[in-house]
Design a binder for this molecule. Structure first.
Ligand SMILES: Cc1cc2nc3c(=O)[nH]c(=O)nc-3n(C[C@H](O)[C@H](O)[C@H](O)COP(=O)(O)OP(=O)(O)OC[C@H]3O[C@@H](n4cnc5c(N)ncnc54)[C@H](O)[C@@H]3O)c2cc1C
Length: 382
């Protein structure tokens, strides 16, 4: 059973060596980061959240955030694939039957099984907690037909945590989560989504056409899917996406400060870009932005782990704060990088594109602000 510190060190090493070296090629070819994932799997990183009794590291939100941030500093596509795998692992560990845990978690701990979430549907868009698809009873069997609009690792993952309304539900929040294995009859991925950024994460729509599901693969008691989304998925996803944004912002900041320090103007007697007060002002704004986002992230994790009743407000806000800060940092970095940054050199242009995903990934920043505003005013969220 791997020690958490050893897993964190392995993640650091694989990220700095392999993820960094592969990042541009993954971005340009849109190839799924299989080599990176294989190395992360072998070094115990993909088993980070699997409980110790199943051979995993048994880590929690703080270590997850650390792993995702380090990966994002090097390859955000790989980090997003890892994050969705962590979200699915957390649901399996918390809600699967003993038999299903025994079937999946040791393989996850060994890095031999990749999972993900298949929640989003065109009918509810960024309101990921509200599937419009519904489980149908067919005699003693249950069937599910659904069109999932974006799934990270679509067709690449070995299993999918799928949401649907429970059979006969009165509304979208009466939902269930099911574990569907790759290769299940009727469950297929359709091409690529070809997103602006995170080009290697194999986001694509997936169709479930009359897929047979059963109680053994349901994750939690019938009708508790919505609760699991709020209690298990939301903290992992929100903190994880915030960590992706923080990682991209850190990488952009390091890249541009190195560039600004090195850029000199011959026509002005070798004056450095770094010596211009306006440039220093922009760098200061970037430093303050990223440090405040990191502080918000740390506070969110501290409250979530401590069981603070106000933790949910922070969990809702953390992705917004980190996404905004990251966009601000990366935009300023693009300005200061000039033609060098615009022309793909140094990786800033990739970071700029990768940074855009966090604000639209469900719940979108605008939807989260809607929730936070309602919560602050004592209004019901749903
Ligand atoms: C890179 C990437 C990876 C993804 N991976 C996965 C995955 O693995 N699994 C998965 O299930 N999904 C995934 N998604 C899907 C994602 O989580 C969202 O469902 C999707 O991005 C929402 O898209 P939409 O166009 O339907 O949004 P829409 O619902 O059409 O929303 C568009 C915009 O409308 C505004 N809006 C909508 N409702 C409100 C409101 N109530 N208040 C204020 N403003 C509002 C917001 O500005 C929002 O951005 C991924 C998406 C991306 C971009």
């Amino acid at each position: 059973m791997p020690e958490i510190q050893a897993v964190l060190a392995a993640n650091e090493k694989v990220s700095r060596e392999m993820l960094r070296a592969n990042a541009d090629q993954i971005d340009q070819t849109r190839q799924f980061p299989r080599e990176n994932l294989s190395a992360l799997g072998k070094s115990g990183v993909l088993g980070l959240l699997a409980p110790k009794q199943f051979g995993g590291a048994g880590a929690g939100l703080a270590e997850m955030s650390q792993v995702i941030e380090v990966q994002s500093q090097n390859c955000a596509s790989t980090a997003m694939v890892t994050l969705m795998h962590f979200c699915a692992t957390a649901v399996i560990a918390a809600k699967a039957s003993d038999a299903l845990k025994q079937e999946l978690l040791p393989a996850i701990a060994r890095g031999e099984h990749l999972s993900t979430l298949a929640f989003s549907e065109a009918g509810s868009g960024g309101h990921f907690y509200a599937p419009v698809s519904e489980v149908r009873r067919n005699g003693s069997q249950k069937k599910l037909s659904a069109q999932k609009s974006f799934v990270t690792s679509a067709g690449e993952a070995d299993s999918y945590v799928v949401s649907a309304r429970k059979a006969g539900a009165a509304g979208p929040t009466e939902s269930d989560l099911y574990l569907v294995l790759k290769g299940t009859s009727g469950f297929t991925a359709q091409g690529r989504f070809e997103g602006l950024g995170l080009a290697g994460n194999a986001s694509a729509p997936m169709t479930l056409a009359d897929v047979t599901i059963d109680d053994k693969t349901r994750l939690g008691p019938e009708g508790t899917g919505f609760q699991t989304m709020l209690e298990v998925v939301l903290p992992h996803f929100q903190i994880g996406v915030a960590s992706v944004s923080t990682g991209i912002a850190t990488a952009a900041f390091q890249t541009i400060t190195a560039r600004v320090g090195a850029r000199k103007y011959e026509h002005a007697g070798g004056v450095a870009l770094a010596s211009i007060p306006r440039v220093q002002f922009l760098v200061a704004e970037m430093a303050i932005e990223q440090d405040s986002a990191r502080a918000y992230l740390g506070e969110t994790i501290r409250r979530a782990l401590g069981g603070d009743p106000a933790a949910m407000l922070y969990v809702l806000g953390v992705k917004v704060k980190a996404a905004d800060a990251c966009l601000n940092v990366v935009s300023r970095a693009m300005t200061l990088g000039g033609g060098w940054a615009f022309g793909r050199r140094g990786g800033l242009e990739r970071m700029f594109r990768d940074a855009q995903a966090a604000a639209v990934m469900a719940p979108a920043s605008d939807v989260l602000k809607d929730f936070v505003g309602k919560a602050c005013l004592g209004l019901p969220l749903f």
